[in-house]
Design a protein around this ligand. Sequence first.
Ligand code: NAD
Length: 363
Amino acid sequence: MAKQEKVRKRILVIGGDGIGPEVTRWGRRVLEAVAEKYGHEFIFEEGLMGHAAIEATGDPLPEDTLSKARQSDAILFGAIGHPKYDQDPGLKVRPEQGLLRIRKELGLYANLRPIKLFDELLAASSIKPEVLQGADILFFRELTGDVYFGEKKKAEDGSWASDLMIYHTYEVERIARRAFEAARQRRKTLCSVDKANVLESSRLWRATVQRIAADYPDVKCTHMFVDNAAMQLIRDPRQFDVILTANLFGDILTDEASQIAGSMGMLASASIGDGTGFYEPIHGSAPDIAGKGIANPLASILSVALMLQIGFQLQEEAEAVVRAVDQTLKAGYRTVDIADKHTPNHMMVGTDGMGQQIIRFLS
Ligand code: NAD
């Protein structure tokens, strides 16, 4: 889209629980700053989800939030979760039900997680800088299938429980096509991660990806078992370009890969389907730091960059946000999770201090 074209978009903001609202506030402020700078019109609405929604309405995804979501062009989400539910797995109404349901209702089948290390944070990772430098991975994690949605069973006497790991070919096909398309725009390499040596659903996954790969002869497609992938990610992350994987494997591998980016507080994600996209940090509600004003808002701000790029095709605006993050880090500003005493000019800031610097560089 040409620079001078102005867009008008409706954005639903769902802060959620814990640090969710604290960081999402800055995601929204960044969107406001982008609108002002580039002359776009972003119309904001707010919605409840998770524990906050259960407290207010008894429902983790109230009808009001869902209907606003359906009318929006994009959703900016924070995080859900509260220790109350983590300590009592028996509670029937749970915050994560809201998240799972909104993904299902909006048909969000692909979760995109770019893993890219800002040079300034090389020292903040627990992995050696020479292993990390230049790593740039785009994960495609499937979102609607797998053990999360398969049939769940439990013995009356509590002696066993099971979750069905299930995939349908159409679910694998549609995300595989998205991943191959993305690989075409990048370094034309796609690694599909599964456990086809032992799992039937993984064998279906692999056969389907192989079939789709035939339509993308310009993309080099490889397959890797998930246990090996977990090891290779840390041993040599630069070997990967696009990683395509199922819901459960993707959940675990992307958290592992967050260490490549320095912190959970740096990683953004986009969940997409054929309609409204959902943009969120990969981290949770972080109850250990909630209310202390120290949460890193950069994952939320980078989620906004993904919204601009993927949701609204505003490439220049998206790059401006990423550049503002880069400049802020170069200037030495650090939240506690990415603090590193080796940075000579490093300045500790809280959530608001970090957000303000981003707005300053952006404007
Ligand atoms: P978490 O991501 O909330 O926190 C893990 C660790 O990373 C914590 O030490 C936390 O302080 C730190 N951290 C996370 N985000 C940070 C940020 N922006 N800045 C600085 N530090 C940050 O994961 P958890 O502790 O396993 O889960 C806490 C709650 O969040 C649980 O209730 C869980 O169910 C929920 N959860 C929600 C989502 C989601 O909403 N998408 C994702 C994961 C976990």
